[in-house]
Design a protein around this ligand. Structure first.
Ligand SMILES: NC(=O)c1ccc[n+]([C@@H]2O[C@H](COP(=O)([O-])OP(=O)(O)OC[C@H]3O[C@@H](n4cnc5c(N)ncnc54)[C@H](OP(=O)(O)O)[C@@H]3O)[C@@H](O)[C@H]2O)c1
Length: 209
């Protein structure tokens, strides 16, 4: 039960993102995959899953202290949010075969602008904002796909597929390393950490402590 709670909505959402990229034809031989908001729950699990599936994963994180952790999960390289932004243009140099975006807003716009011809971005989060200041250029000039990922209303078959794949594609020992258990009494301070974007990996709440 602890393991299932540690995977939680974040892990299941990561798997939905990976499935979306696979269905869009993003395979490991196509090039590097970027994961934004990398040190959070969705980002951490996405890195572990993609690395195990043979993708070359680049993690984008705003926290320097998370770099070792992200490499341990399987990231080949870690880049800052500033570097992720590139030149901040709506149409930038091609860098990524695909991406899992947990951040939205300007970061997502920059990622879309840097996706290789025919590539795709699975967008699931809004940690940086719910706007999307982009243009149609990456879509109409590079055939880029923006794949919306929703975990809440996902149909049962999709859930079964995602949880089945989590059972086989998530490295259990690695996953234990990214998870910690905290007592219920620590919830208020954990909530503050979440709002400040300072949570690393997964936190399971022990409701009896
Ligand atoms: N679509 C769905 O069904 C679904 C399901 C689950 C979650 N979500 C959404 O997905 C997002 C990620 O969820 P999570 O559980 O991974 O959250 P989380 O653990 O709080 O992680 C979010 C990460 O985003 C980065 N971040 C935070 N504030 C930022 C800012 N202002 N600008 C840029 N990056 C920022 C941080 O990563 P770094 O420190 O590494 O930069 C942070 O660790 C959230 O927005 C959540 O609401 C959506």
């Amino acid at each position: 039960m602890q393991e299932a709670m540690a995977v939680g909505t974040a892990g299941y959402t990561s798997m939905l993102c990976v499935l979306a990229l696979e269905k869009a034809g993003v395979t490991p031989d196509k090039g590097d995959i970027l994961v934004t908001g990398a040190a959070g729950g969705v980002g951490s699990v996405a890195i572990a899953l993609l690395a195990k599936l043979g993708y070359q994963v680049i993690a984008s994180s705003g926290r320097e202290e998370t770099h070792e952790y992200l490499k341990k999960l399987g990231a080949k390289e870690v880049i800052s949010r500033e570097e992720t932004m590139g030149k901040g243009r709506p149409f930038d140099k091609e860098r990524w075969a695909g991406a899992v975006d947990c951040v939205g807003s300007k970061i997502l716009a920059s990622v879309i602008a840097q996706i290789n011809y025919g590539g795709a971005v699975a967008a699931c989060g809004l940690a940086g904002g719910n706007d999307l200041p982009t243009s149609v250029l990456p879509f109409i000039l590079r055939g880029v796909s923006l794949l919306g990922v929703d975990s809440v209303m996902a149909p049962r078959e999709k859930r079964i597929e995602a949880w089945g794949r989590l059972a086989t594609d998530l490295d259990k020992s690695l996953f234990a390393d990214m998870t910690r258990v905290e007592p219920m009494s620590n919830l208020p301070s954990l909530a503050n950490d979440i709002l400040k974007g300072q949570i690393q990996g997964r936190v399971v709440i022990d409701v009896n402590a």
